[in-house]
Design a protein around this ligand. Sequence first.
Ligand SMILES: [Fe+2]
Ligand SMILES: [Fe+2]
Length: 189
Amino acid sequence: MEKVKFTEMQHGDKEDYDLLTKFEDKYIEGTADRVIRILKNLDSSLGGYQVSRLEHSLQAASRALRDNADEEMIVASLLHDIGDEIAPLNHSEISAAVLRPFVSEKTHWIVQQHGLFQAYYYNHHYGHDRNLRDKYKGHPFYNDTIRFCETYDQNSFDPTYNTIKLEEFIPMVHRIFDREPHKHVYLGL
Ligand SMILES: [Fe+2]
Ligand SMILES: [Fe+2]
């Protein structure tokens, strides 16, 4: 297999980095498949609920689809909890970061903040402030995030709901991750 000549990045030349670009382009093409693999793992993650994390995710995406949300929001609903797999303490940030190069600022913000907004439904039971979301009052995506939590997320723990199967969402995931990624995200502009 072709490899770069360097052992320290500072010694790489254009030929090395052109070679790496070839590998990276191929690797990036596989992102949707890897994301779907992580999503499937949610089947055996966090217990205690009446549905698995995967069922919850599918249910949230089913609700988005039936609400005639655009494809980006359906996929965001499907993937909004994938961060749970490796970052249960700040899962929203991770899920949002995975989506960020391929979705609008609004969709990214909704996913990034959904954990904090979702606390409205349970924080008081732990003796904490349920209105943490209030600090974002007036933010352009404040109402959208409330709506996401209310109509797609907090209600998607229902084992009797007619949840759409993962297979139906897979082409949508591919279409979103096949988009031209936002340059400002990966170039740090
Ligand atoms: Fe979540
Ligand atoms: Fe969720």
